[in-house]
Design a protein around this ligand. Structure first.
Ligand SMILES: Cc1cc2nc3c(=O)[nH]c(=O)nc-3n(C[C@H](O)[C@H](O)[C@H](O)COP(=O)(O)OP(=O)(O)OC[C@H]3O[C@@H](n4cnc5c(N)ncnc54)[C@H](O)[C@@H]3O)c2cc1C
Length: 482
């Protein structure tokens, strides 16, 4: 097995393993291993466990919560855990943890024509293990839900070296309790209120849930996800995608009407007012000059007849809001969809590029972002509060995300230590407001190391202690959440 040791040597030879897209500083570790199969991974995991060395699992490190950034101890990289194979079911494939979302889609194109893997968390270089560990979602989760819904079976390696395979449907909790042949009696923490429907903060807990769902979204705290069986879906006849350039009033009216329409949307996204000016400055690209808001939607179309109906409905809604069709980008082919996807991706990518520049000059600077969500009906009110908090900091920022699901990301770009503190304070206020409205402090990125303190806003000390005890009883390690 490829492995290396020595804090300084790792810093010099593999600096990429000490950071992720959060730019959280201080990453360091004493050893790294790249197992290429389950046997090698078992050897390394057992060694760390027996020597009580804390272990960080490193996927593709596209995470923005610092979960894959090691703060001492050992790192297990999933880079060499490769392989995609068919199963006995035509719409299910078996994928090793280190494969990327890109490679899964390419496999589907080649080997499973007509089928695709629905989770689409924007950053397609993310690993399958990482997306399961964070229960990643993304734009298409409006229709398809998060990764959880598409994972049928997982093979997990516990820190002690024991491997367990869990297939959906095999083990079901009954009033928060379950007896598993290897794990023994598992008792779920009793939460004071149910978790919000879109939530990636803390362990997933629901009294009648499937055992597999406890491992999905557990951010590497319970063990290493080695491989998973992923469910595929039949592609629609056509996907029609649009970006509508408009002003704020037009945006909220159009968004609400689209939510209430019968259009089979897979995405309903937004870039709020500071995004276009930001992109114009930092990427020198130009956009239609009609308001600073952009609404993105993609609609799954089953037939030519449905296509006509969708286009007529959309045209009528635009006309009602006095939005000219000239202020709309879009179309039905792969090229047009790719162009819109690249446009959306350009925003977080540009933020990351700028932060990376500041961070190389001042190591305290890192990405400051929110991943909060509220009930979709409360989004407009919540956005206003968010905007007031952001503006009061004087820190450059953009707000974008999943407007159909009440889920927005504010990305702040602090340029010095003073701005960093103001930005961090703003994130706490925005998260507290989401919790006040019954929402979550993290809807899709997880809390990792950077956002773990926010968990205290959402859960009581008792609830967090119970989650930590559950982690310890399964993993045998004190891998506390917070
Ligand atoms: C430009 C950009 C856009 C993004 N957009 C989205 C989005 O729309 N939606 C979204 O959900 N996320 C988004 N992300 C965040 C990120 O891509 C996801 O969180 C992704 O799931 C992380 O996968 P990864 O392989 O990079 O994991 P890593 O960053 O390497 O790790 C993330 C966490 O998972 C753990 N982990 C990794 N692999 C395993 C494994 N095999 N077993 C157990 N634990 C493991 C790590 O220890 C860590 O805690 C975006 C990121 C970027 C850079």
């Amino acid at each position: 097995m490829k492995s290396i040791k020595g804090t300084r040597f790792i810093q010099e030879e593999h600096p990429e393993l000490l950071k992720d897209e959060s730019f959280l500083s201080g990453g360091n570790c004493q050893s790294v291993a790249w197992p290429k199969d389950s046997n090698e991974a078992t050897v390394y995991l057992k060694e760390c466990f027996e020597d009580c060395v804390p272990l960080t699992i490193s996927g593709a490190r596209t995470g923005i919560a610092g979960g894959a950034v090691p703060l001492g101890g050992a790192v297990l990289s999933t880079d060499f855990l490769k392989g995609i194979s068919p199963t006995s079911r035509a719409n299910v494939i078996r994928v090793q943890a280190g494969e990327t979302l890109d490679s899964v889609q390419e496999y589907c194109k080649r080997e499973k024509p007509g089928l695709f893997y629905p989770p689409d968390p924007t950053e397609t270089t993310a690993s399958i293990g990482g997306t399961i560990a964070t229960d990643a979602s993304g734009a298409a989760s409006y229709k398809f839900g998060s990764t959880r819904k598409w994972v049928d079976r997982v093979k997990i390696l516990l820190p002690s070296g024991t491997d367990i395979t869990i297939k959906r449907g095999d083990y079901q909790f009954d009033s928060g309790k379950l007896n598993h042949p290897l794990l023994g009696l598992i008792k779920l923490p009793g939460l004071e209120k149910p978790q919000p429907s879109k939530n990636a903060a803390g362990l997933y807990i629901s009294p009648e849930m499937d055992l597999i769902d406890l491992f999905i979204g557990s951010e590497g705290k319970l063990g290493l996800i080695l491989e998973a069986d992923l469910m595929l879906k039949r592609k629609p006849h056509t996907i029609a995608s649009f970006a509508v350039f408009c002003n704020e009033d037009q945006f909220w009216n159009l968004r609400n009407d689209l939510i209430n329409s019968n259009l089979p949307m897979r995405e309903l996204e937004v870039m709020a007012d500071t995004c276009l000016p930001f992109l114009q400055i930092y990427t020198e690209k130009s956009y239609p000059k009609h308001g600073n808001w952009v609404l993105f939607t993609s609609i799954d179309i089953a037939s030519e007849e449905e296509l006509d109906i969708a286009l007529e409905t959309l045209e009528m809604l635009l006309e009602e809001k006095k939005i000219s069709i000239d202020n709309t980008w879009g179309g039905f082919d792969e090229t047009e969809r790719k162009r819109l996807k690249e446009f959306r991706h350009l925003l977080p990518e540009t933020v990351n590029r700028i932060i990376s520049g500041f961070s190389s000059k001042n190591s305290r600077i890192h990405k400051i972002s929110t991943d909060t969500a509220v009930h979709p009906d409360q989004l407009k009110e919540y956005y206003q509060t968010m905007k007031n908090i952001l503006e009061s900091t004087g820190v450059e920022h953009v707000v974008f995300g999943h407007s159909g699901q009440g889920h927005l990301h504010a990305n702040l770009i602090p340029k010095d230590n003073g701005q960093l503190e103001k930005a961090e304070q703003a994130v706490k206020l925005i998260a507290a407001e989401a919790v006040e409205l019954g929402g979550t402090v993290s809807a899709e990125h997880g809390t990792g190391k950077l956002k773990a303190p926010l968990l205290k806003l959402m859960y009581s000390r008792n609830e967090l202690d119970d989650m930590n005890l559950l982690i310890e009883s399964i993993s045998g390690c004190k891998n506390t959440l917070c």
